[in-house]
Write a protein that binds this ligand. Sequence first.
Ligand code: 5SP
Length: 223
Amino acid sequence: MKYIIAPSILAADFGNLQRDIEMINQSEADWFHVDVMDGVFVPNISFGFPVMAAVKKHATKSLDVHLMIVDPDKFIPEFAKAGADRITVHYEACTHLHRTIQLIKASGCKAGVALNPHTPVTLLQDVIEDLDLVLIMSVNPGFGGQAFIHNTYKKIQDLKRLIQGVNEDLIIQVDGGVSLLNITKLVSAGANAFVAGSAIFATDNPSQTIIEMKNLVTTSISI
Ligand SMILES: O=C(CO)[C@@H](O)[C@H](O)COP(=O)(O)O
């Protein structure tokens, strides 16, 4: 099982974006996590295609795009064209989720679905075989730097049970308030991909923090 650390560029310094992208390129991180917010699905606006293109131009690792937008079908092909490797849409934003998953795959990307803290994992039962990734939001989406919601551990365990014998290669990603303080417990619960924004970028030495996250993950899987 591969464990993934995906720094969220939402927490990067946009005035020094190329510097922060280079830091991730040189670090032990695995993916770039790209948070797209539309001010409708979530009460915040982040960035769209121009920033996505700037990240793609300099990034040497794959782009994990998290769409916090309504009507994602309208934009999926364009995000794929802009360089997304994985596209994750929100369960709560999709009327025809199965169709949306098919569209992501037809656009050449791996497909993920994100669940808000109030949305149970059982609602994914009938599409779970079609997915490459499920993103469990451990904060309400819209902002970095929020407090981690503790019910997340139980949700990861619920998802672990749901994929048993059906799609055991599915990536279980956690996003929101992930830090050096809770990553070990998240691994024990069954998560294998970790998005972290402020826990990485708000430290004096972000690349060292990424190494420490990786070390904690490696230590907890070898126990
Ligand atoms: O999607 C989101 C927020 O909606 C996240 O990716 C945050 O950007 C993570 O930030 P931290 O909680 O790690 O600061």
